[in-house]
Design a protein around this ligand. Sequence first.
Ligand SMILES: C[S@@+](CC[C@H](N)C(=O)[O-])C[C@H]1O[C@@H](n2cnc3c(N)ncnc32)[C@H](O)[C@@H]1O
Length: 289
Amino acid sequence: MSFVEYEELIKEGDTAIIFLGHGSMFPVQVQRGAQTQTKYGVIRHSAHLIGQPFGSRVTCSKGGWVYVLHPTPELWTLNLPHRTQILYSTDISIITMMLELKPGSVVCESGTGSGSLSHAIIRTVAPTGHLHTVEFHQQRAQKAEEEFREHRVDRWVTVRNQDVCKNGFGVSHVADAVFLDIPSPWEAIGHAKDALKVEGGRLCSFSPCIEQVQRTCQALAEHGFIEVTTLEILLREYNVRTANLPLPDLGGALDPLPVLGEAQFKIGVPLRETVGHTGYLTFASKSLF
Ligand SMILES: C[S@@+](CC[C@H](N)C(=O)[O-])C[C@H]1O[C@@H](n2cnc3c(N)ncnc32)[C@H](O)[C@@H]1O
């Protein structure tokens, strides 16, 4: 298993996602002889997981069942151990598109944080691209490196434990795109410019507060970046379901409106709980001149 290539069968050392039901899942590291407790009973890795196809329905010791899913960056974002605030798939999808990421792209990122965005970038740029990710918190940098190895994506990523505002990304004129998710992105804009290819490239900075955006836009202008735009991505999800509604006789009297009977309609209802503000995404291009 790797987060970049799909494999049919579960092996020892793989990360698998145990799916218990809507909104309830967690990751496991598959190990011969290991057991995982769930509300439906025990999952025995040797008997229930190793050698089974990803996607299998596994019956636990109390008779209930779970699905064992192949990991993807999207599932990892929903299940990863949080060491920091993370980026979620709605923002990640816009970042990927607006930075024009594709197989072969070289990307510089800081901070690595919990690696949520990093996994998505790696999946997009593989098999010929690379991610250079910079994190100044030593344990976070180390843990991210461990996870990239466990998820067999380490050949597409270099983790550097340094302060991006002081020491930059550790590479010059190689990146097609730079992404910043740090508290003071304006202090890293000069290093971002240096990391981008001489012929230009794209930049994105994520900040929760508008005051951070103001200072970042100021720094982008001072460093000659162009096409500066800031977006806030708000997702509105709908639950589409069937409803029985009265069918009015529109050719009849108006008051009261005669009813011909009942009919089935598909209706869309916005979910009661929706995600609100996450942050602002500021995009810019490095100018050739
Ligand atoms: C919000 S987290 C990033 C989350 C990440 N985008 C994700 O999706 O998991 C911000 C990270 O930036 C790191 N950081 C803050 N300032 C930094 C700097 N100047 N240089 C390098 N890393 C920095 C923090 O230690 C933290 O881990």
